[in-house]
Design a protein around this ligand. Structure first.
Ligand code: NAG
Ligand code: NAG
Ligand code: NAG
Length: 456
């Protein structure tokens, strides 16, 4: 039988243990809600082919980049489609199938760099408005020993905390579980690759902002990934910017904007992302609709030059069962349109050109190609404009609309979407614009802009 002293010790231990747990929970809850929210956090967006990207390869030609943009855009929509299909079947879709970073599938368009905990842990993540969680590889992880970069180790950090299972952030995740210490675990499934899983946690993140120097943001909620069959390399995770509570965009005030300039130029250095209250919400706006983890917009028409194309509005509408519609995306370069809209646009574009043309297809996507040189052979091309409800517009010049695939062929950067799948407005179509997301106000702002002006 246990002595009184032993029982007392046990009880004391229990009480101590409980109070430790309680304190941890309260601390975690408190620190999350009182985190300092910076007013304006400015980061460069590093295009994957830019000279500043770890994927930069000086042997690659513009044709290689064009080919990659095409393949990567298709991986991107395939990923979106897969997620949609799963959502139809069983609704447990929201956190599934995110960035398939290293499975030779989707790579993303822009990388964002910041530091976790201190300046010795730089992190390069893929910007994705279609993901919710900001996650990075953490020690311990199965393949971390072979990593080419230094991996963050939460056990050596005094600013790291686990997020409780009862936290609102944990509850905002669909694929979550609780461990024996009541800590929140997340799981992300990749299409065609291994899932990754880890702890939902908070930590200080340091952003080297161009205008305000180093800015430390304490208690950022993020995913610390311990299980992954990927070998961590220079690109270490995903920067989720959708409207879910756990996304960095939501944590930093539900507003963000990005400005995208000439993406074909590897030394163009003015693409940027602004998070927080100071995001640029300027220009005409259009309602921003959120559905299934993505941002949707109401496209009302497309014009070529002055001529409005004859496309029924239904081509752009999302049905009650969630099919179709048009999303604005940051994870792929090319755009996709419903069959009817695509054919009207392709016809009109063909008719303005005096060049041989044909359709090339890959999987079930199709694109229009021409024989010629895009800089030389289509001088005076009238330009294509997307018209959104509320009056916002996105204008695409020849440079945004076409890519030279080889010395004698150029193709349209808008492809035909698979039947029933959403249309996608890719990054290429957003070039030379500032795009502002007001998540709580449910508005998207579009303004034609030279991003270089934002740098001054
Ligand atoms: C439905 O969800 C479960 C897990 O949440 C998954 O195992 C299953 O494969 C899903 N069904 C389909 C058809 O995707
Ligand atoms: C976070 O949770 C993990 C798993 O339960 C545990 O091993 C680790 O020590 C915890 N870290 C802190 C700082 O509480
Ligand atoms: C297209 O024409 C421009 C201007 O003449 C030239 O500089 C460029 O090299 C040509 N591109 C190709 C792929 O031939």
């Amino acid at each position: 039988m246990a002595s009184f002293r032993q029982i007392l010790l046990l009880l004391t231990y229990e009480v101590l243990f409980m109070s430790t747990v309680l304190v941890t929970c309260i601390d975690a809850a408190k620190s999350i809600s009182t985190g300092i929210v910076p007013k304006r956090l400015v980061r460069k967006l590093i295009h994957r082919n830019s000279v500043k990207s770890p994927l930069y390869n000086s042997d690659h030609t513009n044709f290689d980049s064009a080919k990659f943009a095409f393949k990567d855009s298709i991986s991107r929509v395939a990923m979106i489609e897969e997620k949609m299909k799963r959502c139809e079947v069983n609704m447990s879709c929201s956190d599934n199938i995110q960035a398939n970073l290293h499975a030779k599938n989707w790579v993303g368009v822009f990388f964002v760099e910041f530091h976790i905990k201190d300046m010795s842990h730089p992190m390069l993540t893929v910007m994705d408005t279609g993901s919710n969680l900001l996650w990075v590889h953490c020690i311990p992880c199965p393949n971390c020993a072979q990593a080419s970069v230094r991996i963050y180790n939460p056990s050596t950090s005094s600013t790291y905390t686990n997020v409780s299972c009862r936290s609102e952030y944990c509850e905002a995740l669909r694929q979550r579980s609780c461990d024996q210490n009541d800590n929140c675990n997340y799981e992300l499934h990749y299409e065609g690759a291994y899932p990754t899983a880890g702890m939902l946690a908070t930590e200080s993140f340091i952003f080297d902002t161009t205008d305000d120097g180093l800015l430390t943001v304490p208690n950022v909620v993020f995913g610390c990934s311990h299980e992954s069959n990927d070998k961590p390399d220079a690109v270490m995770g995903v920067l989720g910017l959708n409207y879910n509570k756990v996304s960095l965009a939501a944590q930093l005030g539900n507003k963000f904007s990005y400005c995208v300039g000439r993406i074909k130029d590897p030394s163009y250095d003015y693409n940027q992302l602004i998070l927080g209250e100071g995001a640029i919400l300027e220009g005409d706006s259009t309602p921003l609709d959120t559905y299934n983890g993505y941002f949707y917009v109401t496209l009302e028409g497309i014009s070529l030059g002055e001529a409005m194309l004859d496309i029924p509005r239904d081509s752009f509408r999302r049905t009650d069962s969630g099919q179709g519609g048009v999303m604005i995306d940051s994870g792929g370069e090319h755009s996709f349109l419903d069959q009817r809209a695509y054919e009207e646009l392709a016809d009109a574009v063909m008719n303005t050109m005096n060049l041989n043309c044909w359709f090339e297809s890959e999987l079930h996507y199709s694109r229009l190609c021409f024989e010629g040189n895009v800089t030389k052979d289509i001088k005076g091309f009238p330009g294509v404009t997307f018209h959104f409800s509320g009056g916002a517009e996105l204008g695409l010049e020849a440079e945004s609309l076409f890519s030279q695939s080889n010395p004698t062929t150029f193709c349209m950067n808008i492809l035909r979407a698979d039947y029933g799948q959403p249309g996608v407005i890719g990054v290429g179509a957003q070039q030379y614009h500032n795009v502002g997301y007001d998540i709580s106000g449910k508005k998207l702002f579009l303004r034609r802009m030279d991003c270089e002006l934002l740098d001054e």
